[in-house]
Structures are given as C-alpha cells and as structure tokens.
Ligand binder design. Structure first.
Ligand code: NAP
Length: 275
C-alpha cells in the first residue's frame, strides 16, 4: 500500500503551533523579504510566504528593487535590515539578476537573521552537527515530513539526486546525521539506475519533469520529490508519479508535498530567530 505524504496538511498543523507560540510572545516577529521586480516566479513564492506570515501572526515586509539595482544598493539595504531591531529574519528571494553576486548577497545577511539558512556560518554549523537556529528550509521540511510519517532513517540506503547548496547537499547531510547510508548523484553520475534500484529512500531535486520512473526504483521505496517545473501550465515534479507511486511505500506529491513544507520551515526559522 502506498501512503501519499501530505505536506500541505502538515504545514497547516505547523502553522497552528507557530500561531499559538507567537501569541505568547511580547512582540510579533518580523520577516523582511527582498525581491527584484523581474523575478516573476519568485514573486509567487513571496506571496505564499506573506500568506503564511499572516496565518501565524508574523509581520512581513517586502522590499522591491528594480531589476537594474546595483550590488551596493542591495548590500546597503541588507546592512540596514541587519541593524534594524524590529527585523528578526531576512531573506533574499532567488534568483537575483545576473549582474549581482548571489553568494556575496546571501552572506551579507547577518547569520542571526538568516531566514533561509544559506549563510555559510549557518550552513557550516549544520554540516558540523552544531544545529543553528536556521537550517535550509527545504531539507529541514523534508526531515520534518519523514518524521511525521515515522519513517525510520537509521540504516536506510538513501540516494540524493542533485547536489545544489540549497537542497541536495544539506539534505544529504541531515540524512547522514540520522544514520542513513547516503549516496549522492548528479548530472555526471554514470548508470544512475543502478543506484536508484538499490535505494530505500530517494530524494530527487534536479528540476527535470518526470525524470525518475517506475522502472528505476524497487518495491517499497520512499520517494521525496523536490522538483518543481511547469509543464503545459501545470506543476510537475521530478518523479513520474503514475509509474513510481504503485511501487512506493511513501511518496510526496507535487504540488502539496515538499513545497508547502519549505514555506512552513521558513516561518519556523523566523520564529526561532526572533527568540
Ligand atoms: P539546481 O541548483 O539547478 O541543481 C540541480 C542539480 O540536479 C545539480 O546538482 C545537477 O547536477 C543535477 N542534475 C541535473 N540533471 C541531472 C540528471 N539528468 N541526472 C542527475 N542529476 C542531475 O537545482 P535546485 O535549486 O536544487 O532545485 C532542483 C529542483 O527543485 C528544481 O525543480 C527547483 O524548482 C526545485 N525546488 C523545489 C523546492 C521546494 O520547496 N519544493 C525548493 C527548492 C528547489 P550537476 O551539479 O552535475 O549540474
């Protein structure tokens, strides 16, 4: 029997808890979001994040820049927010325009206000097992979802496909900390099917619609589909759900799987940074 892991329902449960925690605080936490006006996909994500703030009683402020914003203008705004006592957490919605240095911008955010957990100090703490207040939201959400469904990670053969700094590398690390035996695959991996067929748990984060199909996995596998692509106006994950789901013991859908968990963890990070 296949269980479809409901990230949407779990995110709502998490919002309820955050809301009651926020009500007990003397002041409402504030999340500041920086967005450039040419980032249309980012604007959709920012609206979702604002809605999640509203649900939980967290203040949100959005700072919008023109696409030709200079690096100095953006860095100065981050400095201003870093120094603003009323701001608890800051995020820069990616991607930023090509003429800006993404790493430089992300690392200008104070590690104490790093809502996304992308600052190298927070990433480094996570990689060395000293859990920081903010951990990258998608990997944190995946672990929360696996825990909710009581999936025991210790000893599992886990395969992570994709090695980005925001998903692949941190989720591999978190799985390793939970004593899974972790393999990482990427675009240069040879004979990927040999790895996918051996895996008890597969996290796919590559951005290639329906890439992983039923012939590539074994019976009983746990599937976490991180991919989000738009195909003919509809959202698609990296997993061919129709062929993989019948073989899986647990699987996340797209939408309503990992996506809502990512936003919920951002709000959780904001609350934790405010404390
Ligand atoms: P990314 O930075 O573009 O990295 C993609 C990774 O996939 C790279 O490591 C690449 O390998 C690997 N890859 C590409 N083609 C491959 C192939 N044929 N076989 C094996 N590996 C392959 O991606 P990302 O930012 O991690 O995002 C991945 C996907 O997740 C996207 O669809 C994105 O929209 C989605 N996403 C969803 C959420 C959510 O909340 N649900 C959050 C973040 C991202 P190389 O390193 O060798 O190039």
């Amino acid at each position: 029997m296949t269980t479809i892991m409901d990230g949407k329902a779990l995110s709502e449960k998490i919002y309820e808890k955050i809301k009651s925690d926020v009500e007990k605080l003397d002041r409402k936490p504030t999340l500041a979001v920086i967005l450039t006006k040419d980032n249309e996909a980012g604007a959709v994500y920012v609206r979702n994040k604002q809605r999640a703030c509203e649900k939980t009683g967290i203040n949100s402020m959005t700072i919008e820049f023109e696409p030709n914003v200079t690096e100095n203008e953006m860095l100065s705004k981050i400095d201003e927010l870093n120094n603003a006592p009323e701001v608890d957490a800051i995020l820069v919605q990616l991607p930023v325009p090509n003429h800006l240095d993404t790493e430089k911008i992300l690392n200008r955010i104070s590690p104490d206000k790093d809502a996304d957990g992308f600052h190298y100090v927070n990433a480094g703490k996570m990689f060395t097992g000293q859990m920081p207040a903010s951990i990258a939201c998608t990997p944190k959400g995946i672990i929360r979802l696996l825990d909710e469904y009581k999936i025991k990670l210790e000893g599992l053969n886990a395969l992570v496909i994709g090695r980005s700094n925001i998903v692949g590398k941190p989720i591999a690390q978190l799985l390793l900390q939970r004593n899974a035996t972790v393999t990482m695959a990427h675009s240069k991996t040879k004979n990927l099917s040999e790895y996918t067929k051996m895996a008890d748990l597969i996290v796919v984060a590559i951005g290639k619609p329906k890439f992983l199909n039923g012939d590539m996995v074994k019976d009983g596998v746990v599937i976490i589909d991180v991919g989000i692509s738009r195909v003919d106006g509809k959202l698609s994950g990296d997993v061919d759900f129709d062929s993989v789901a019948p073989k899986a013991s647990f699987i996340t859908p797209v939408p309503k799987g990992v996506g809502p968990m990512t936003v919920a963890m951002l709000i959780q990070n904001t609350l934790e940074l405010s404390k």
